[in-house]
Design a binder for this molecule. Sequence first.
Ligand SMILES: Cc1ncc(COP(=O)(O)O)c(C=O)c1O
Length: 329
Amino acid sequence: MIVNPRSIPSHTRCRRELAERITATADHLDQLRFVCSGTEAVMSTMRLARAYTGRTRIMRFNGGYHGHFDLVQNKDEARMLGAGLDPAAMRSTLFADHNDVASAERLFAAHPGEIAAVVVEPIAANMSLVLPEDGFLPWLREICDRVGALLIFDEVITGFRLTFGPSSNLLGVAPDLTAFGKIIGGCTPVGAFGDRRDVMRLLEEQKVLQGGTLAGNPLTMAAGLAILDELGTPGFYEELERKGALLEAAVEKHRAAHWLALTFVCTGSIFAFIFLPPGTPIRRQEDVERQPRQPYTDLYQGMREAGYHLAPDIEDPMYLSAATTDKAI
Ligand SMILES: Cc1ncc(COP(=O)(O)O)c(C=O)c1O
């Protein structure tokens, strides 16, 4: 059938164009579906993984955040069972420690043939900021292949934050499924998920349900296209990195001058203050939680009085934007 492009409704064209522009950013992104939030995107990847593998369990990492549906509610095992949640969801969720191959290996050994997927923030930005150690993500890739589980990258924060596309492009590890959110909708309600065609096919075949009245709505698609135009301007990410480096140098100067017990973690335009002596390994949630709370409270209040609003929660990193001026840094 020959389709006259003019006969395609403009909202469908817009949706297709945004999907094409996002999938063009990474080799592993065969196909993409839009939803209305990051939560929905992650939820759909997990459902797909379960359907594809015929298994139930999902492995995740303490300190990671993947939205607010039952299966992933709360950031660690200790806080998993919030009021109103289905305890069965908890039973199918397994927690390992971030960057800790041994803890993940123990879970794979304890649950052979049961794990449908491993979901991870490739750069963990919900336990302050924790970068992947060399070898951690390649190891996850390798073990998922070995045991037949799917690897899901939750790029709801990192997608289009560090480079024009998913951060997997920088990290050199290709997941089986990716979840996006936030940035790709230019501040409108958005999520998207996708990757392997053979997995996504389960949606087309209607073996896996994915709905959403407002999924891929024209307002969000137009905002997404507009923000991608901005992000795609030459030098956009280099400029953010320059600002990140400027901030790092400024913080380091201050830290050294005042002998502060402070570790500044920064990658591109994401940064976090962790009040532990410089050089302290920051590998997982437990490491971040070791810091005393008062210094960050003092910093937060002092900055507010000076007219700057830092992240109110010590567990949240912060972000430089195109609008952040050198003077503010
Ligand atoms: C890594 C990550 N995944 C998923 C989500 C959920 O996204 P949303 O709040 O759009 O549902 C968030 C939200 O902050 C997130 O940081």
